[in-house]
Design a protein around this ligand. Structure first.
Ligand code: SER
Length: 328
């Protein structure tokens, strides 16, 4: 059936490929891309089998990004013109699996850069605020500054940025990237990140009216609501290539808050909500990252502007998670 589907669609217009479609960004990105381009033109892949929604919404293929030969075949057969490479291990998971994190995060990118060089498709690859480190200025962190990451995840993202810039400079590869801040959404679950508390807090508030946070009350981090992150990704991918001065990865600014501040917002919606704090190892990762980001280069180059602040994000998240929980 899948074979038939792929042969059928390959006769038609060019396709978009999302690798890592089951992940926090992947799920929402596939949904949006399918709305824009038509569901049959967006091929979703992941190493794990997908849920019914992703599968019924358009083509899905279970595929390991490290199986470069199969990925390349899929790209060629379907005349893929745009690839979103989202398969990666995030900060907390990467620390407990350092070799496999390096392998997945680096070899995945390296393989796709090579394929993009040969087949000339446009490649999106996410970087992170984790490229910064303890020596980086933490307020309004500039685009160009000290990048000395202290996590495996951050090291892999920084190395990836250098490779992206190299491929663009040496081979003209059209690779584009964003240093995502912590991402908050209710449609798909995050996994293995340090900033994930800002999603879990809503689920715990609605289920149990309480949350034990693994970061301390005053830990400020840059964050972004998923609709802004998806829009940023698509705006960057649609921007005129000649306007892009950064081929490593763009800083983008969203909101910044502490666990105490987000708990305060949730209390306005649920007055009996309670938060407690029990910092674990993830506190160290958070302490090495910026508190707020200067996104002025993205603003100047391709017109980036965030739309959500902590209040509007909290209101939508609260309602979204509430609906999700009551409908299950
Ligand atoms: N959200 C990521 C993490 O916490 C940072 O990019 O790992």
């Amino acid at each position: 059936m899948i074979g038939l589907l792929f042969t059928f669609v390959s006769d038609m217009k060019e396709h978009i490929l999302v690798i890592g479609a089951n992940g926090q960004i992947g799920g929402e990105l596939v949904e949006e891309l399918r709305k824009i381009h038509g569901s049959s033109y967006v091929i979703a892949t992941d190493i794990k089998d997908a849920g019914a929604e992703l599968k019924s919404g358009g083509p899905f293929r279970q595929l390991d990004v490290l199986d470069h030969a199969s990925v390349f075949e899929l790209i060629k057969e379907n005349k893929v013109r745009e690839v979103y490479l989202l398969a990666a291990l995030l900060s907390a998971t990467a620390e407990s699996k350092i070799r496999s994190a390096w392998k997945l995060n680096m070899e995945g990118l390296f393989g796709l850069l090579e394929m993009a060089r040969q087949e000339n498709f446009k490649l999106f690859w996410p970087s992170s605020i984790a490229v910064f480190g303890p020596g980086t200025p933490r307020q309004n962190t500039p685009q160009h500054t000290i990048t000395e990451p202290s996590t495996v995840y951050g090291i892999s993202k920084l190395a990836g940025e250098r490779w992206c810039e190299y491929y663009h400079k040496m081979f003209g590869t059209d690779v584009r990237s964003i240093r995502y801040p912590g991402l908050i959404g209710y449609k798909t679950e995050p996994g293995g990140g340090t900033t994930d508390y800002a999603v879990s807090i809503f689920h715990n508030a609605i289920r149990n009216k309480q949350y034990e946070c693994y970061l301390s009350a005053g830990t400020a981090l840059p964050m972004m609501y998923m609709p802004d992150a998806i829009r940023a990704t698509l705006e960057l991918m649609n921007a005129d290539s000649s306007k892009l001065s950064i081929r490593s990865s763009y800083n983008i600014d969203g909101m910044s808050f502490t666990p105490e501040q987000i708990a305060g917002e949730i209390k306005l919606l649920m007055p009996d909500f309670r938060i407690s704090y029990k910092p674990d190892i993830r506190q160290q990762y958070a302490d090495s990252w910026p508190q707020s980001i200067d996104g002025s280069v993205a603003r100047n180059d391709w017109g980036w502007t965030p739309r959500y602040d902590i209040k509007s994000m909290c209101k939508e998240m609260f309602q979204g998670v509430q609906q999700l929980i009551t409908s299950h």
